[in-house]
Structures are given as C-alpha cells and as structure tokens.
Design a protein around this ligand. Structure first.
Ligand code: 5GP
Ligand code: ZN
Length: 114
C-alpha cells in the first residue's frame, strides 16, 4: 500500500472506482478514460512500481496478471474477437500511474500498433 497512489486508494475504497474483480493477488477496474469499448486495468494488490524491480519472488505476480486478463476478457465477451494487453513502463510510454498494471483493450478493431 502506498499512501498517495490512486490505485491503492481505489483498492482501499477511498475513491470512486468500481472493483470488478479481486482475488487477493490482483484486482480489476474500468479505466476512467476508456480508449476502447472495453478498457480494463489489471492491477496487483501489492503496491509494485516498475518491472525494473522484478525478482524471482515477484515474477509470479506478473504472470498472474495475464491469467486474470484472460479471465476478464472472457467475462467481457472478448473471447472470439480477441483483445490487446498493454503495459506502459516509464516516461516514453506515457505511464501515468507508478503502480504496475496491465491494460486490457477490446470490443473493436484496435488497428495496428504505432
Ligand atoms: P498508464 O498511463 O499509467 O499506463 O495508465 C494509467 C491509467 O489509469 C490511465 O489510462 C488512466 O485513464 C487511468 N486512471 C487514472 N486515474 C484513474 C482513476 O482515478 N480511476 C480509474 N478507474 N482509472 C484511472
Ligand atoms: Zn499503489
């Protein structure tokens, strides 16, 4: 938990943000500024900042985000058409929130990466 972190605050129920899923390891919310019809954020419960700090102990936590993403994609009806996962890291990616998270985007043709 980090005091000022927006995702930690949402998890604590301090700010509005519907938690769609929480298994104690990862939780899921809808992005407040959706860039696709479905835009979810899959977030580790543990406040963890950047992949730079990943080690053997924390590696499974990142893998779990992908398992949850696949489950959420099914729940959101994206199974047949697919989806995109994005993880921003640092300044050049435009990363806004320094608490690791996976964007799950889908529900339309997303175009090519650019
Ligand atoms: P980043 O740019 O760090 O990869 O993504 C952070 C995402 O968090 C952005 O897409 C932004 O719209 C979303 N976000 C920022 N503040 C809030 C908030 O208070 N609630 C929700 N649900 N999403 C937020
Ligand atoms: Zn946090």
């Amino acid at each position: 938990m980090a005091e000022g972190c927006i995702f930690c605050r949402i998890l604590r129920g301090e700010v509005k943000g519907e938690v769609l899923y929480n298994d104690g390891q990862a939780f899921v919310i809808r992005d407040i500024r959706p860039r696709a019809p479905v835009h979810l954020l899959i977030i580790p419960v543990q406040h963890f900042t950047y992949l730079t700090y990943l080690n053997q102990a924390t590696e499974p936590m990142v893998g779990h985000l992908f398992t949850v993403a696949e489950e959420m994609a099914k729940r959101e009806g994206l199974g047949a058409n697919g989806y995109r996962l994005v993880m921003n890291q640092g300044k050049d990616s435009g990363q806004e929130v320094a608490h690791l998270h996976l964007h799950l985007l889908g529900g339309k043709h997303l175009g090519t990466m650019g």
